[in-house]
Design a protein around this ligand. Structure first.
Ligand code: VG1
Ligand code: CO
Length: 539
């Protein structure tokens, strides 16, 4: 039943910040997924005795791609697959299943926060036995394989039934269909103080969780409504849909509009949160109050002692270079390790494995800990609920008190989307050449201390990665420029701005950053080179 099929290479199967992401129209071409998967299997080599985890966020084409992956895994000699029921599994749940079962890796079918559907995006994230996504050295080898591929192997059988939990056999490969929610709930119960969060809801505390018609709906209903007793209806948009019901499942102030409008209205709940397509991102809101992800990381880190799983101490904390420096002050106060890495969760994995850090986060609505090797949306929400239950304080109060203690990093990200790739590449190259000459110069009263490329030297595997450009000013303000690595067409230039104040704590972030924004535009020539005088998305 095993068939070898002749194929020709696609030249665009290079993975980005988090796996392979393409327009659905590209990913659904004949042999596209097949070539990519065969290249992964070829790169791994001997698959005998190996176990992989498979699932996805339920987006368009997941159902077809999952069948292809199962039939190809069996044809290539994989020993066992652990598959989420009906093909569902969030990215954090997948990481947990890999670690818990000591699997050799896993595939999460998702383009994360990118829209889905026939005109949206499709993607595949590939993790290894660490439970985290593979390092660039491995994805480079897979990419080389995709460029030279001439055949793939697949089992010629009818589709596998993934609707029932249990075990079946395909050509000697075991397929175990599991409940993708169960182990995840258990893990959360072992980290947080569920009893005190349950009590909080009993006392009338209200929340709204927006699953954005994506994968976390079933997880959130189980945990918040069933186990913790939040009122029915607290979780909205809970049915994972192939096109996310037309939503752009990116939990931020722009795309989670329904939730934001509700939380800024007079009948807002006490607490609001949203997750992205595959459940690894989170947005945190209080009553008429937004917490930036950079502040959230700092606040969670400062409060580690309130959480049962962390109360005996944490190793350290890391953030991506583009994330605000708020957490650095917390790390200093607690005298714990502190690291800055390139954008992408895979760079945190070695730091967690080597017990250098416990917490980590990114400005892009990602927060997590070493309980797994991916960022974890529901984990962050539970962490906040646990802090609220333990302190009796509101989201706003917790955040304002944090600023009083540490000062405030005003922080906003500006995205310039749909830029011609050649224009964007040239802009970044020219900027990189120009930056060193700007050191010690002053712009509108802001003196530049350092300017240049961000280079990360991994202390564990000693690899070196260059990602983005940073301008650091004498007063602690920063500009970071990066090209996005998760888009499926054209280039997106991200500009991250930060300004620190010790005592001016209630200003409007955009106003605080007006001068820095102007400096960032002048130095980079973004308006002149791209024709864009304003960012497309501001978060
Ligand atoms: C973006 C974010 C980055 C995040 C990545 C994957 O990457 O900026 O912080 O790790 O998405 O997120 P980029 O290269 O477009 O800036 V997700 O929720 O895949 O998994
Ligand atoms: Co995601």
């Amino acid at each position: 039943m095993i068939r070898t099929v002749a194929t020709t290479p696609f030249t665009d199967q290079k993975m980005g910040t988090a796996g392979l992401r393409r327009k659905s129209t590209v990913a659904t071409q004949a042999n596209y997924v097949e070539n990519f998967m065969q290249s992964i299997f070829n790169t791994i080599g001997d698959l005998k005795g190996k176990t992989f985890v498979v699932g996805g966020d339920g987006r368009y084409y997941n159902d077809i791609a999952i069948q292809v992956i199962i039939k190809m895994a069996a044809a290539n000699g994989v020993s066992k697959l652990i598959v989420g029921q009906n093909g569902f599994m969030s990215t954090p749940a997948g990481s947990n299943i890999i670690l818990k079962n000591k699997a050799n890796g896993g595939f999460i079918l998702s383009a994360s926060h990118n829209p889905g559907g026939p005109s949206g995006d499709f993607g595949i994230k590939y993790s290894n036995e660490s439970g985290g996504q593979i390092p660039s050295s491995v994805s480079d080898r897979i990419y080389q394989n995709t460029l030279n591929i001439s055949e793939y192997k697949i089992c010629d059988v009818s589709d596998i039934d993934l609707s029932k939990i249990g075990t079946q056999d395909l050509e000697g490969m075991e397929i175990e269909v599991i409940d993708p929610v169960k182990d995840y709930v258990e893990m959360m119960q072992n980290i947080f103080d569920f009893a005190s969060i349950r009590k909080l809801f009993q006392q009338g505390f209200t929340m709204r969780f927006d699953a954005m018609n994506a994968v976390t709906g079933p997880y959130a209903r189980k945990i918040f409504e069933e186990v913790l007793g939040a009122p029915k209806g607290s979780v909205v948009n809970y049915n994972p849909l192939p096109d996310f019901g037309g939503l752009h499942p990116d939990p931020n102030m722009v795309y989670a509009k329904e939730l934001v409008d509700f939380m800024f209205s007079d009948h807002a709940a006490d607490f609001g949160a949203a997750n992205d397509g595959d459940g690894d991102r989170n947005m945190i809101l209080g009553k008429k109050f937004f917490v930036t992800p950079s502040d959230s990381l700092a606040i969670l880190t400062d409060n580690f002692n309130l959480i049962p799983a962390y109360k005996n101490g944490i190793y350290g904390v890391a953030k991506s270079a583009a994330t605000s420096t708020a957490v650095s002050r917390v790390a200093k106060a607690h005298n714990i390790g502190y690291y800055e890495v390139p954008t992408g969760w895979k760079y945190f994995v070695n730091l967690m494995d080597s017990k250098r850090i416990t917490f980590c986060g990114e400005e892009s609505f990602g927060t997590g800990s070493s309980h797994i090797r991916e960022k974890d949306g529901i984990w962050a929400v539970l962490f906040w609920l646990n802090i609220i239950a333990a302190t009796g304080k509101s989201v706003e109060q917790i955040t304002r008190e944090h600023w009083q203690k540490y000062g405030r990093s005003y922080y906003v990200r500006f995205d310039f989307e749909g830029v011609d790739t050649a224009v964007a590449d040239k802009l970044m190259a020219d900027l990189e050449n120009k930056l060193p000459s700007l050191e010690n110069k002053t712009f509108a009263g802001f003196k530049i201390e350092h300017a240049g490329a961000f280079v990360y030297n991994d202390p564990v595997d000693h690899s070196s990665t260059k990602n983005g450009l940073i301008i650091s000013f004498a007063d602690g303000s920063r500009i970071v420029y990066r090209l996005s690595g998760t888009g499926s067409s054209g280039a997106t230039i991200r500009v991250y701005l930060e300004r620190y104040s010790k005592d001016n704590l209630s200003a409007d972030p955009l106003k605080m950053l007006t001068e820095i924004f102007k400096i960032a535009m002048d130095i980079s020539e973004i308006p002149e080179r791209t024709g864009k005088h304003q960012a497309d998305v501001v978060t």
